[in-house]
Ligand binder design. Structure first.
Ligand code: ADP
Ligand code: ADP
Ligand code: MG
Length: 471
């Protein structure tokens, strides 16, 4: 077994990994850059080491992190999500230096991180993909001719993209002409690669993804699916497991497709295969070769500790479970609580958390790195907390979500929590029938009135006292 793990990440996912290590009697080493000196992951790990003044550079330097792992006597690195988690260099340098990388091989990371290579592999494995360009586009002319062949609307996508960026829908040749240089420039800036490709835009699809686990011996299983259709600008807001909108046959089909995909590329460790589903059609979209932000809801419905499995697999142990050992129970929802103002175009709202009160009670889980008095630095993701609820049936899960959101207090910054309350009251959402068009087609939900806004409550109390005192 591994004995000491360097966590090449920050924030809530670093805390999540520290927790898994603690339960497995593995020592954990945190890293931090200067703005993160007082971050929770630094306090919770067994050891913490500075990786420099710059807010980001230290988190993004594979060689430096592997050196630190060697110097601190670690035998492994867990990359979390984001940052270097899909950087094949980190996996390669780990190999060279005898450090275990907790994830798939450098080869598989590079292959699946390239969306056109991933599509190719899937076509070869007999997994359906959306109609699209044969590899990367050479130039705008090729883009226009492929688009007219497959028909508009099309999606223009950055080959190395991620996190919902570098994707544009184009409804006409004119739009494609204007978006083409924009996506290339965004891709170059954000991902350091100008490669782009085209695929058919599936109108109002559901985003269904399957969690897989695979060990070194070639065993692969799935832990059922998550429905991540509630998105804004291709970024997930609320995730649900299992999907309330799949038939048992569809559930079995996507599960099997995901296992086939993982086996076809010689996958090892935890991964997620993302699909677009419309009616009875299922299309492979991409594979994420890391732990996913929303792994929590799969843990809640299956009882499997995914981070623990990642560590066991990396240590060379066989899977703890066979497919027939995996079952799921009830529904789980995850709300990504972002420090953003939904009423102001989701503008980031960084700053000091003057008060944080964690929701609790039955079926409630919070994964976060915030605490009262913590200042959210402006350099990183605005997601500051993941609120996860579980209940035996769909309606109860929705009601529990509303209750837990109401229980929670995050004061000092604006958050997306009250917007989620509005979504939870919406009949389309409650009916369990929604697609990726839900957020844009319900702009009225942004006009919710935040009854629990502390300033409003304080004003109401002040008014009541004034009235009582006859002032
Ligand atoms: P998930 O895929 O786990 O649902 P996201 O897509 O929200 O989660 O990505 C998780 C984090 O990783 C975000 O901070 C996102 O910005 C970052 N990220 C994902 N893919 C990439 C990538 N290819 N390059 C840079 N950052 C990425
Ligand atoms: P990322 O790597 O940023 O997660 P994805 O390829 O997973 O990018 O796409 C992110 C989201 O964009 C999807 O969940 C979906 O909502 C939308 N999307 C991507 N491709 C298509 C498509 N061909 N048709 C319709 N929507 C798409
Ligand atoms: Mg994706």
């Amino acid at each position: 077994m591994l004995t000491k793990i360097l966590i090449a990440n920050r924030g809530e996912i670093a805390v999540r990994i520290v927790r898994a290590c603690a339960e497995m009697n593995i020592r954990s080493v945190a890293i931090y850059t200067e703005p993160d000196r007082h971050a929770l992951h630094v306090k919770r790990a067994d050891e913490a080491h500075s990786v420099g003044e710059d807010p980001l550079a230290g988190y993004l330097d594979p060689r430096r992190l592997v050196n630190l792992a060697v110097e601190t006597g670690c035998d492994a690195i867990h990359p979390g999500y984001g940052f270097l988690s899909e950087n094949s260099e980190l996996a390669r340098i780990c190999d060279e230096r005898g450090i275990t990388f907790i994830g798939p091989s450098a080869y598989v990371i590079a292959k699946m991180g390239d969306k056109t290579q991933a599509r190719d592999s899937m076509i070869k494995a007999g997994v359906p993909v959306t109609p699209g360009s044969d590899g990367n586009l050479a130039d705008l002319d090729e883009a226009l001719s492929v688009a007219s062949e497959i028909g508009y609307p099309v999606m223009l996508k950055a080959t190395s993209g991620g996190g919902g960026r570098g994707i544009r829908r184009c409804d006409s040749a004119e739009e494609l002409r204007s978006q083409y240089p924009r996506v290339i420039s965004e891709a170059t800036k954000a991902f350091g690669s100008a490669e782009v490709f085209l695929e058919k835009c599936i109108v109002d699809p559901r985003h269904i993804e399957v969690q897989v686990l695979a060990d070194r011996e070639g065993n692969a299983i799935h832990l059922y699916e998550r429905d991540c259709s509630i998105q804004r600008r291709n970024q997930k807001l609320i995730e649900i497991a299992p999907s309330p909108q799949l038939t048992p046959e569809q559930r079995q089909y996507v599960g099997e497709l995901a296992v086939r995909a993982a086996k076809a590329v010689g996958y090892e460790n935890a991964g997620t295969v993302e699909f677009l589903v419309t009616g009875n059609e299922v299309y492979f979209m991409e594979m994420n070769t890391r732990v996913q932000v929303e792994h929590t809801i799969t843990e809640q419905i299956t009882g499997v500790d995914i981070v623990r499995e990642q560590i066991r697999i990396a240590a060379g142990l066989p899977l703890t479970y066979r497919q027939e050992d995996i079952s799921y129970r009830g529904y789980a929802l995850q709300f990504r609580i972002n420090a953003e103002d939904p009423k102001n175009n989701f503008l980031p709202s960084f700053g000091r958390i003057t008060r944080y009160y964690a929701p609790g009670g039955p079926g409630v889980r919070t994964d976060t790195a915030i605490y009262t008095g913590y200042t959210i630095p402006p350099f990183y993701d605005s997601m500051c907390l993941k609120l996860v609820v579980w209940a035996l049936n769909w309606e109860d899960a929705l009601d529990r979500g509303a209750r837990a959101l109401a229980d929670m207090r995050v004061q000092g910054v604006k958050t997306t929590a009250s917007y989620y309350q509005a979504i939870l009251q919406n009949p389309d959402f409650r009916s369990g029938e929604f697609n990726t068009g839900f957020v844009p087609s319900h702009p009225e939900l942004l006009n919710y009135s935040d009854k629990r806004d502390p300033s409003e409550v304080a004003l109401a109390i002040a008014a009541a006292i004034a009235a009582y005192a006859g002032l």
